[in-house]
Design a binder for this molecule. Structure first.
Ligand SMILES: C[S@@+](CC[C@H](N)C(=O)[O-])C[C@H]1O[C@@H](n2cnc3c(N)ncnc32)[C@H](O)[C@@H]1O
Length: 320
């Protein structure tokens, strides 16, 4: 087998059909919402990579700090031969863990962004000869057709991406992760932590406007894929802390009254002046909540590490 394989497990047009269903449901409901996975076309993935280097966006640096310090311990505790990474993006931080996992046989990055998977996968096989990289273009919230590879398995879900799921979606997601694991296999989970509101809001509303461009990119995706006539410049980027839910909300706010046509759905959507469309939530966590949510899914929290400043946590839990 070639050391780099890329499989699209979704049937032809599944992505288009899912986008049409999500846009119809999200733009005709109240409040208006869109799932964050539609940010990540090739341009959206590039913009996300740019965000990870911004001075205000501490999560990537904090999680990298933990991985640099703890990859040896994680490798020793898991002994993984297969590493499955969900929402792997550039796999940039994961390199530290891959380097530490001496017995690793196959790395399975899973992402909706084919461009990110291809770039990351090719670089990895060049860096680590002998490692099999089997990339899957798939939605981690659905049933994934994982390759048949040797255990023990370690599933990694980094970047705080779990915070993009609503509580009920998180519970279903964690249960599906547990179903991928045999007793004793592990989950390595990155969670951003509750902290000062100003620090949080700045991380999602940077001075250079890269996060604003990332947020508006979802409108460009809908224009291209569904023939819509969104004017992204007519929407303001909003990042707000919801203290009750302990999550950041990213929204797009229509500056003026406007009607957007979406021909592929035979739909016209009216926006009032100041009307908002929620494009992402990013939940922030406390240790006890992480422990409880893992336990409800049959995963036992075994290790908990934070960066020096206590901004971000990486936890290792074990399937019971
Ligand atoms: C916040 S980024 C994190 C990327 C990387 N793990 C990191 O830590 O920098 C989220 C990643 O998950 C991917 N993604 C988002 N929703 C997804 C879904 N439902 N299924 C698969 N991948 C998804 C995006 O394409 C993106 O690469």
């Amino acid at each position: 087998m070639s050391p780099f394989r890329l499989t699209r497990t979704l049937p032809e047009d599944a992505t288009g059909a899912a986008l049409r269903a999500d846009v119809r449901e999200g733009l005709t409901g109240s409040p208006r919402t869109l799932p964050p996975k539609w940010f990540y076309d090739a341009r959206g993935s590039e913009l996300f990579e740019e965000i990870t280097g911004l001075p205000e966006y501490y999560p990537t640096r904090a999680e990298r700090e933990i991985l640099l310090a703890r990859s040896g311990e994680i490798a020793e505790a898991s002994g993984a031969r297969t590493l499955i990474e969900l929402g792997s993006g550039s796999s940039e931080k994961t390199r530290h863990l891959i380097g530490a996992l001496a017995g690793l046989h196959t790395y399975v990055p899973v992402d909706v962004s084919e461009s990110a998977l291809t770039l990351a996968g090719r670089a990895l096989v060049a860096e680590r000869p002998g490692l099999n990289v089997h990339a899957l273009v798939d939605d981690f919230t659905g049933r994934m057709a994982l390759p048949d590879t040797p255990g023990p398995r370690l599933v990694a879900f980094l970047g705080g991406t779990i915070g993009n799921l609503l509580p009920a979606e998180r519970a279903a997601f964690l249960a599906s992760v547990r179903a991928m694991l045999a007793p004793g296999d592990g989950l390595l989970l990155g969670t951003d932590l509750v902290k000062d509101e100003k620090v949080l809001v700045r991380a999602y509303d940077d001075a250079a406007g890269v996060t604003a461009a990332f947020n508006r990119n979802v409108l460009a995706v809908i224009n291209r894929e569904l023939g819509a006539d969104f004017d992204p410049a007519a929407f303001d980027h909003v990042a707000a802390w919801d203290a009750g839910h302990e999550w950041i909300e990213m929204r797009l706010r229509s500056r003026d009254p406007q009607t957007v046509k979406i021909p592929a759905l035979d739909l016209a959507v009216d926006f009032g002046a100041g009307e908002e469309l929620r494009t992402e939530i990013s939940a922030k966590f406390r240790k006890e909540r992480v422990r409880e949510e893992l336990a409800s899914a049959g995963l036992e929290l075994a290790r908990w590490w934070t960066d020096e400043e206590g901004r971000f946590a990486l936890s290792l839990s074990v399937a019971r």
